[in-house]
Design a protein around this ligand. Structure first.
Ligand code: RBF
Length: 178
């Protein structure tokens, strides 16, 4: 972007708004992957904050993620625990990817970022689910331990798929902003 600073700021604010709204819309596609853990739903909405992060930066990515979740909370879900878990997963996924990419802005570090991002998310969400699901479903923590393979598999698939899609479309999306 080599336009005037005022125009750049305007483009950025408008883009953050559009990307947040698109992400909230994508979240409506949500569906469970594994019947054993049908409270975990796949949707590809983390792709937009991640793209926003590659284009504008980490703060902007977190802002798009937060607006997406607030919009979805009011438009559909109404479940504060589910929304906070969705935000936590998106945060654990996006932050390592963008930190690694900001260290060296090339394809290799981008791909290392996706791999680390998925691993961090699988680990963080395993712990968070162990702590939260006993209260949410009023079950023993031992029962949740039995679900861990499904929970970890879910997050690996969800964020693995989102990484592949983002890796494939990123350059094309960024061209729009050149
Ligand atoms: N979303 C994830 O991407 N990863 C998770 O590990 C995860 N754990 C959740 C645990 C509970 C108890 C709930 C209620 C939701 C969780 N979510 C998780 C969010 C869920 O997949 C969905 O996006 C939200 O519930 C919004 O419908």
């Amino acid at each position: 972007m080599d336009k005037s600073p005022a125009l750049n700021a305007t483009i950025k604010i408008a883009s953050i708004g559009i990307m947040s709204a698109l992400a909230a819309g994508l979240m409506f596609l949500e569906f469970p992957i594994f019947p054993a853990v049908n409270f975990l739903k796949y949707d590809p909405s983390e792709i937009l904050p991640l793209l926003g992060g590659f284009i504008f930066g980490l703060k902007e990515a977190i802002l798009i993620l937060a607006i997406k979740d607030i919009l979805f909370y009011f438009l559909k879900s109404g479940d504060i625990v589910g929304i906070l878990m969705n935000f936590a997963a998106g945060f654990a996924y996006i932050v390592p990817i963008l930190l690694i990419y900001n260290f060296r802005k090339n394809r290799v570090f981008e791909i290392i970022g996706y791999i680390v991002g998925v691993i961090v998310t699988v680990g963080v969400m395993a712990v968070l689910n162990l702590l939260v699901v006993p209260f949410y479903w009023k079950v023993e923590m031992n029962a949740v331990v039995g679900l861990l393979p499904w929970i970890m598999g879910f997050n690996a698939i969800k964020f693995g798929v989102s990484s592949v899609i983002t890796g494939l479309i990123r350059k094309r999306i960024e061209k729009i902003f050149e």
